[in-house]
Design a protein around this ligand. Structure first.
Ligand code: SF4
Ligand code: SF4
Length: 471
């Protein structure tokens, strides 16, 4: 029985409820009256239920789809302004005991090189990332209790936070590791992590079990209930995600929103972020073998519908996607992107992009400087801000600020100050020139005169060598 408040995976992600939702959406996909009603509700910026949002996703009327897109763009501006937060993934180890059929790190892949960073190598990676200008990382590791126990992950986090190289610093470490115990989540919380990210991959239990034939990840309930354990362990910012292309996208979409509703119902706070990766080519993996692949157009429609359904949740897109898709997704709701990513273990410290331990093909291979300039050329403010969790703005505190749109009073000035740091320390002359002009223009968009004045003072101080100001 469907129950968003239940702690049992099969009750809060209920198969029958999803099937009924899909049937309802299919029946109403051309019901203009209902679609208009849903759009009116969405304009109140309080979100939509999985059923309502599924009707929008199923809708085939071009004018209505355009209305969804326009609304998504408006919501994005209202909640996030024009700042885009930048991060990079850091692969610690590709040892893995699981058998995920879509990932080259799966246990049976005997020809991929296995590698686990030593603390010295972590240091080299972090210095390389700092030298690009990164401040926010998402660490990634396969599941392997012998090679990658929680103590190893904790050691790496400690190392990452401890490295101060020139003006560089990693100020926020998000963690993307396998589902684990409440006790381990507590340890991660104590280590000062930002968001705990775990992709569901697919919400369809039967497919899930087929796609994860061996290893601890095979257990659908343990994986699906991980966010509840993370929250019990004190981590109040969690990131959901679906690997689009594995199951029917409409099914995944409904499941994803039901998961968000469940977190809100049980813990009083929805997901901090939602990621929208698609299956990509990699060693041993051909995405064409999955017959649920989605086109760029459908992918964009999914992003717009997520934006409209959960306006206060950050949306993330990685370098799995090319420049063109990323550009379109930024318009429709994405608020965070990775830049200059290397998806191999130890990849940043290498001069040339290595492929031997890569998890997936990177479509967008531009440097961070190029990504920053590209964003600014489109009038976005690239932001290296990490202020919230360091100021204790997490969980329901963060959500309250986000839902009331007050968070923009922090995001906007923080984006300008962290961009200024990037321009001073890492940018090419051309990027610096474009950036200085953008900052000058964007200071005028700060609402309060007092804040404007503080930002101007701090920008001066950054020029003089001070760092790490934040609201
Ligand atoms: S997706 Fe994660 S758990 Fe699965 S094989 Fe790859 S690294 Fe291991
Ligand atoms: S102020 Fe908070 S929400 Fe805004 S960009 Fe910084 S960390 Fe993110």
């Amino acid at each position: 029985m469907y129950n968003p408040k239940s702690l049992k995976a099969e009750e809060f992600i209920n198969h029958e409820e999803i099937l009924e939702t899909l049937e309802y959406a299919e029946k109403n996909k051309n019901n203009v009256e209902l679609i208009d009603k849903i759009l009116e509700k969405a304009k109140e910026l309080k979100g939509l239920s999985h059923r309502e949002a599924s009707v929008l996703l199923a809708c085939e009327i071009p004018e209505k789809i355009n209305e969804v897109y326009a609304l998504a763009e408006q919501i994005k501006k209202d909640f996030y302004g024009n700042r885009i937060v930048i991060f990079a993934p850091l692969y610690l180890s590709n040892y893995c005991v699981n058998g995920c059929v879509y990932c080259p790190y799966h246990h049976q892949n005997s020809h991929i090189v296995r590698k686990k960073l030593t603390q010295e190598e972590v240091k080299a990676e972090v210095i390389a990332l700092q030298d690009m200008g990164h401040k926010r990382l998402a660490i990634e590791a396969g599941e392997d209790p012998v090679n990658n126990p929680i103590e190893y992950i904790l050691d790496c986090i400690k190392t990452i936070y401890s490295i101060q190289h020139k003006n560089g610093a990693i100020r926020r470490v998000n963690v993307n590791i396998a589902a684990t115990t409440v006790e381990n989540y507590k340890k991660l919380k104590d280590a000062g992590i930002g968001t705990y990210i775990l992709f569901q991959e697919t919400y369809h239990k039967e497919s899930y079990e087929q796609l994860h034939p061996t290893g601890p990840k095979h257990n659908y309930a343990y994986h699906t209930e991980a966010m509840d354990r993370a929250m019990e362990g004190g981590i109040d910012d969690v990131g959901l995600g679906v690997l689009f292309g594995l199951e029917m996208y409409k099914y995944e979409f409904a499941g994803l929103l039901m998961h968000a509703e469940h977190l809100e119902a049980v813990h009083g706070v929805g997901p901090h972020t939602i990621s929208v990766p698609r299956v990509k080519k990699a060693d041993d993996i051909d995405p064409d073998t999955f017959d649920n692949g989605i086109s760029d157009e459908i992918f964009e429609k999914i992003a717009a519908c997520i934006r409209v359904a959960v306006p206060y949740t950050g949306m993330i897109i990685s370098t799995r996607e090319n420049e063109k898709v990323r550009k379109q997704m930024l318009h429709l709701g994405v608020s965070q992107i990775s830049g200059a990513s290397r998806t191999s273990v130890g990849g940043y410290a290498e001069k040339e992009r290595p492929h031997d331990t890569e998890q997936f093909d990177v479509s967008d291979q531009r440097t961070l400087d190029e990504v920053v300039k590209w964003l600014m050329d489109m009038d976005y403010i690239p932001s290296f801000c990490t202020a919230c969790y360091r100021e204790g703005r997490t969980g329901d505190r963060f959500m309250a600020l986000c839902k009331s749109k007050q968070i923009q009073n922090c995001c906007h000035p923080n984006a300008l100050m962290t961009l200024k740091e990037f321009l001073e320390d890492y940018a090419s002359p051309k990027t610096k020139e474009v950036g200085e002009k953008l900052i000058e223009k964007e200071i005028e968009n700060i609402g309060k005169d007092k804040v404007k004045q503080i930002v101007r003072e701090r920008l001066k101080k950054i020029e003089q060598g001070d760092r790490d100001f934040r609201f």
